[in-house]
Design a protein around this ligand. Structure first.
Ligand SMILES: Nc1ncnc2c1ncn2[C@@H]1O[C@H](COP(=O)(O)OP(=O)(O)O)[C@@H](O)[C@H]1O
Ligand SMILES: [Mg+2]
Length: 359
């Protein structure tokens, strides 16, 4: 079975849309597919017309060992099965605190159905927490959708670092491929993002990009995969193309190692230590729009507020951070800038530099 996780800590970049439509295209091509929703928001269910209150047996029951995966599976159509999730899953991290090997719950839970499917497609939540670790440990491949119409490329460095760490510390090899989504070929910005991604990761980008297509939103709202909603729109053709690219990569499943030390435990030990308040500040004109984005907020820009120092306009924000290394950048009037008062920088993977702070 090929096991693929859709992962990116950024919300709205097309994880669920890709999980649902890739699963549906593969099933349409005759592959036996199991789609697993690992996001407590349950969007994959919504996108396939399954409401949260219709979900009695969810992935939570499987992860918590209350139910074998075979009992939580719903059949959606020919070749396509799914295990859905709902809000109950948000308790998972807390319930599992301190439980050894909790990052292998999903891999363990799915082991008994391993022979029944050719593809496992996992839709991850928009964070790199215990659920996403479970997905990465249960998979051999990660697809990272990057919304090329937004600033979501800036979280990539952190995500790739996490994948690298999983490989180094947990001994679990994971290949990744970046998928440009929401590509709007009419805008320079979108084209530039796609070009930069391909130049920076020549071996790790899909040739296919998913164009912006409102039919995708409509299909999700109607609870249907795009193949069942509109077979003539750009998005259907794009997802077909993506499926073909994935089929071409069909390779032997990699052997996996389960003899690991707890990577999540190591991360959580760090988290448990005392948080510190860090004041970020940058000088910029009074009428500027000034935001900050970094590893600490999943690269979702947050506004700074205007203060004055010696009569000069200074924008600032205090953020509580646990000890660790963080990369960040300011966004001044829509332009990314490194922190001029911090000389510590790291390659942002896109030809620029992120500022780095060690808390
Ligand atoms: N290529 C696209 N064109 C237009 N809308 C899209 C596209 N991909 C995703 N969307 C829409 O964007 C929103 C976020 O997508 P989603 O797949 O839910 O992201 P994520 O799972 O990463 O949070 C949804 O409303 C979805 O319908
Ligand atoms: Mg989603």
């Amino acid at each position: 079975m090929r096991k693929i996780a859709l992962v990116n800590q950024k919300g709205g970049c097309g994880k669920t849309t890709t999980a649902v439509n890739l699963a549906s295209c593969l099933a349409g091509k005759g592959r036996k597919v199991l789609l697993v929703d690992l996001d407590p928001q349950g969007h994959a269910g919504f996108a396939l017309g399954v409401k949260p209150d219709q979900i009695e047996e969810s992935i939570y029951e499987v992860l918590s060992g209350k139910m074998p995966s075979s009992e939580a599976i719903k059949t959606l159509g020919k070749n396509l099965d799914a295990i859905f999730s709902n809000v109950v899953l948000s308790a998972f991290e807390q319930v599992m605190a301190g439980v050894p090997e909790r990052e292998f719950r999903l891999a363990e839970g799915l082991r008994d159905i391993e022979e029944d499917y050719e593809y496992l497609i996992i839709d991850c939540p928009p964070s790199v927490g215990l659920l996403t670790f479970n997905a990465l440990m249960a998979c051999d491949e990660a697809i990272i959708p990057v919304d090329s119409s937004a600033f979501s490329v800036h979280g990539l460095a952190k995500l790739l670092e996490t994948i690298q760490l999983i490989e180094q510390q947990a001994g679990h090899g994971l290949t990744f491929k970046i998928l440009a989504t929401n590509v709007d070929r009419r805008t320079n910005f979108s084209n530039r993002v796609v070009e930069t991604l391909r130049a920076r990761f020549p071996k790790n980008c899909f040739k296919t990009g998913i164009n912006t297509c409102t039919r995708l939103r409509e299909a999700a709202a109607a609870g249907k995969p795009i193949a069942a909603y509109d077979k003539h729109c750009a998005a259907f053709l794009d997802y077909q193309q993506l499926m073909k690219e994935i089929l071409r990569q069909e390779t032997k499943m990699k052997a996996k190692s389960f003899a690991l030390k707890s990577f999540v435990e190591a991360k959580e030990e760090g988290k448990a230590s005392v948080e510190k308040e860090v004041a970020f500040m940058i000088e910029a004109p009074e009428d500027a729009s000034v935001q900050i984005a970094g590893d600490f907020n999943s690269w979702t820009p947050e506004s700074l507020h205007l203060t004055h120092s010696h009569g000069r306009p200074v924008w600032q924000k205090a953020i509580r951070l646990s000890p660790g290394l963080y990369q960040y950048k300011y966004l001044v009037d829509g332009r990314w800038v490194s922190d001029p008062s911090n000389k510590k920088r790291a390659d942002d993977f896109f030809g620029g530099k992120n500022s780095v702070i060690n808390v």
